[in-house]
Design a binder for this molecule. Structure first.
Ligand code: HEC
Length: 165
């Protein structure tokens, strides 16, 4: 009989402590999940950054390689123009006729330019309409821009004198 108050005290504190422990447990669990989710996100971000670095490295290496050698029109530039431009700027243009008379299907036609202007100025990529449109993404129309490597290759070819090589 003497123990009764103590028992109820124990019972009471147990009832109080158990939910508190439960809450604390849930809290710690939630924290762990949150932390592990965050570290997964951080790992993914790191992987993306590494991949972007790698691609930038590849691109930089490609540009350095271009900088140090002569670019060939027939082997390197014409194939790009044939694939990405000539279905509009060519004799069988999907537009019915080459836009503004500009044909990009041979060295002679590239240098002839459009009805309005030459689009390639030898030695001056920064003043060549063709380069300005490639860099702004204005050309190729209705298509993805050329990859930066190809754009730099064409710039290099113009800078080296836009030779028929
Ligand atoms: C889907 C069709 C299409 C494709 C593909 C295309 N062009 Fe064009 N291009 C046009 C049209 C249409 C115009 C005329 C735009 C205007 O006058 O506003 C034009 C105009 C141009 C001009 C300006 C000519 C001038 O003096 O007015 C240049 C330079 C040019 N394109 C370069 C390119 C190059 C380089 C590529 C490939 C990388 C390319 N284009 C691909 C449709 C195309």
């Amino acid at each position: 009989m003497q123990n009764k108050p103590r028992e109820s005290l124990v019972l009471f504190s147990a009832l109080l402590v158990l939910p508190l422990m439960l809450v604390a447990f849930i809290g710690v669990f939630a924290l762990m999940v949150n932390v592990s989710e965050r570290s997964v996100a951080a790992q993914e971000a790191r992987a993306t950054a590494i991949e972007e670095d790698r691609q930038a490295g590849v691109r930089a290496a490609a540009l350095t390689a271009i900088a140090n050698r002569p670019v060939s029109f027939s082997r390197e530039i014409l194939p790009i123009l044939q694939t990405r431009c000539a279905y509009c700027h060519g004799p069988n243009s999907i537009a019915g006729a080459p836009p503004n008379g500009l044909q990009l299907d041979s060295y002679e036609n590239v240098m002839l330019g459009s009805f309005f202007l030459p689009v390639v100025i030898p030695g001056e990529p920064e003043n060549s309409t063709l380069m300005l449109l490639l860099r702004s993404g204005g050309m190729p129309a209705e298509s993805d821009p050329l990859p930066p490597e190809q754009i730099e290759l064409i710039a290099k070819w113009i800078e080296q004198g836009a030779l028929d090589n």
